[in-house]
Write a protein that binds this ligand. Structure first.
Ligand SMILES: *Cc1c(COP(=O)(O)O)cnc(C)c1O
Length: 439
């Protein structure tokens, strides 16, 4: 693609359109509602915050509302998707996204809730082994969860939380620094819990290497995959990850506040006889063995699956859309989506570099330039610019996330973003930078 290598000119809309036309995956865009701006599709790059609505969401909700209207409580058994085992509909789609086995995943609750439920099981400080490790500047909710867990166990976050930071003057955490920090904490390290893809820089950490290092020193290891699931290919089972959780409203497009997902590795969910484990966890009736759940026995018998962590019956109206969203991933195929994602993000990167050159602006990309260490997101610093640039972008139909002083986070999502979105963005960005200079 000679066109891209030396992109002095910005690509025209027509050039970008022909790239879209050549890729069969471009057809998936029509399966989503695209927000409008002045009679045209907005350039929506905030799928890392809230994914767009699949058009089939309305029908899926309608089915459950009708079955409720028709059957009342009998919808648990007579509904088209019987509610009594509704959560089982998600195993296949979640496995496709995470590289899990079906008995290792469950969709339930919200993300931070699940992070707590998993830490209760996997962070159990004792003796000298009390430390909890995460990345510096973790997503605030994760840090709150980690610190409160430490305090629940009588610890002090100032002592027991180890935050691995980038080196002085750098934005990304080097893999060798993760491994060194883990080795150094050694027998004092209880658990490592990292945001798999960093929400701010877009850095994709080497989850397999971190897991191996943590387990080598006798610690458990888990990940918050909010920015990873539906974005980068994952092999949680093969990587031997102990636990993970994620949300479904970002890259998975299941709607605001939609249900979270959980992974617990096989070796923690069942013993050698295939029975559920007696691992410490907070328990509820939907984690009880399904065959005898409705005997209403006073003693808890765990499911031999990740469902043992499930507390409540499924919020069907919330989860109906999740099924539609997961089906789209299975239909398109995560491998194919990742290939398109690599092309889209490389294209965006070149457009940004080209705009920088053409406008003599310092547009610094914080995200790793190695495609194997990032997902679709680029985090761009527009040095010398401020809020007026963001206002310009928004006024011209570009939806991106803005963080002071001048960090633009944008995610070209392979299911619904197009090369054309990116070409149009390049033009708006260039005009914004020039207008700002002149002003
Ligand atoms: C989006 C996100 C959250 C949000 O948590 P909720 O419980 O879903 O509100 C938490 N952690 C990370 C890393 C996130 O990216």
């Amino acid at each position: 693609m000679v066109l891209l290598e030396a992109m002095q000119e910005l690509p025209t809309r027509n050039e970008a359109r022909s790239l879209d036309q050549a890729d069969p995956l471009s057809a998936f865009r029509a399966r989503f509602h695209i927000p409008q701006h002045q009679g045209e599709d907005a350039m929506y790059f905030t799928g890392n915050s809230l994914g767009l609505q699949p058009k089939r969401a309305t029908d899926a909700l309608q089915v459950e509302l009708e079955d409720w209207a028709t059957h009342g409580v009998e919808g648990h058994f007579q509904g088209r998707n019987p509610w009594v085992n509704y959560h089982e509909r998600f195993a296949s789609g979640l496995c496709h996204l995470t590289g899990a086995h079906p008995h290792e995943v469950v969709a339930m609750n919200g993300l931070t809730v699940n992070l707590h439920l998993l830490l209760i099981s996997f962070y159990r400080p004792s003796g000298r082994r009390r430390k909890l490790m995460c990345e510096a500047k973790a997503f605030p909710s994760d840090r709150y969860a980690l610190c409160s867990q430490i305090r629940m166990h009588g610890g002090d976050p100032a002592e027991d939380l180890i935050e691995v930071a980038p080196r002085e003057g750098e934005h990304l955490i080097r893999e060798e620094d993760w491994l060194a920090a883990i080795a150094q904490a050694g027998a004092e390290l209880a658990t490592v819990m990292v945001g798999g893809v960093n929400y701010y820089t877009g850095q994709w950490h080497n989850l397999e290497a971190i897991t191996k290092a943590a387990q080598t020193v006798g610690a458990t290891c888990g990940f918050d995959l909010a920015h990873a699931v539906g974005n980068v290919p994952l092999q949680l089972h093969d990587w031997n990850v102990d636990f993970a959780c994620w949300c479904s409203y970002k890259y998975v497009n299941s709607g605001p506040g939609a249900v979270s997902g959980v992974f617990v590795h096989e070796r923690h969910v069942r013993d050698k006889e295939g029975q559920g484990t007696l691992m410490p966890r907070l328990e509820g009736w939907w984690g009880h063995d399904a065959a005898s759940r409705f005997n209403m026995d006073p003693e808890f018998m765990p499911m031999p699956t990740a469902e043992a962590w499930q507390l409540s019956n499924a919020p069907v109206l919330n989860m109906a859309v999740h099924k539609v969203a997961l089906d789209l991933f299975e239909e398109a195929g995560m491998d194919a989506l990742r290939k398109r994602s690599l092309r889209l993000t490389a294209y965006l990167e070149r457009v940004v570099q080209s705009v920088a050159r053409r406008t003599s602006t310092n547009l610094e990309i914080l995200t790793p330039n190695d495609p194997e260490r990032r997902g679709c997101q680029l985090s761009i610093v527009a040095h010398g610019h401020g809020r007026s640039l963001f206002d310009h972008l928004m006024a011209h139909g570009v939806v991106v996330d803005w963080r002071e002083p001048a960090v633009i986070r944008m995610a070209p999502v392979p299911l619904y973003n197009s090369f054309e979105d990116i070409a149009r963005f390049g033009k708006v960005l260039e005009e914004g930078l020039l207008a700002h200079d002149q002003g």
